[in-house]
Design a protein around this ligand. Sequence first.
Ligand code: AVI
Length: 311
Amino acid sequence: MQFYTDVIAGLQAEPKHLNSKYFYDANGDKLFQELMNCPEYYPTNCELEIFSEKTAEICDALIADGDAFDLIELGAGDATKSSYLLKYLLDKQADFTYLPIDISDNVISYLNITLPVTLPGLKITGLNGEYFEMLKKAAAISPRRKVVLFLGSNIGNMPLDGAIEFCRELRNNLSAGDMVLIGMDLKKDPRVILAAYNDKDGITREFNLNLLRRINRELHADFDVSKFEHYPTYDPETGACKSYLISLEDQQVTIGNEKVDFKKDEYIYMEISQKFTLMQTDQIAINTGFQPVGQFFDTKKWFIDAVWVAA
Ligand code: AVI
């Protein structure tokens, strides 16, 4: 099982690490929802402001010449932000089909059922699976122009070279003239950034510890989560915001048939949430085969939704 293999490989590595994509079990999803509502975690509100205040401008950029298109969303979640666009596009009678892609089949069946009710007239084909596999499927379903939404600064959860590789692969799955609307969190006051990953109510702490609990539940492990502490960091030079769990004592943890030793003060690297300069956002586009053609910001200019065209 991939989860088990990844966890064991990560905890036997030097330094120890876990992949933050495993944060999102049912409990992790709930904690992330709570996080998005907590006062310190600004990215969601910034991007919501962009989508609610700049709906017409964003849609006009995506509609381009007015030809029919497929609106594909990578990691659609509950589609709160994209619903602003969907409603506007429907009102404008744009000819489009919405294809949300998500790894969770719960998410896809929820969207397939609820969106046509809340947005009458919406054509929707939910795709359950890995992003690039589903992008290939979307291309096979229809030859129409593709507009891809990749929101929430999910791109920031990859190390910078991984993000570049991801954008290159995204480009390889698109045709010239296709578009991307990508949300990226920008560099800002380092104290604001650090606070977003170190909220007073300890939700981010629980979000990180939840992965150890998930490993206990699903992989027959015996982590004592009270023996680990959440340690968030932000480096204003590189823009890397990283979270670690620190072992509070020498301890041994059993995971299935494996035993993992932790020294006191040893860390597990849990997550990166990369922050970008504006110039970096353009550079990533250009270096991966896109042309940056539009920029939408919240009033504080803390977050960008950039429009890229596949060159
Ligand atoms: C999903 N992702 C963009 C969030 C972020 O900001 O990196 C996940 C998160 N981790 C801690 N707080 C939120």
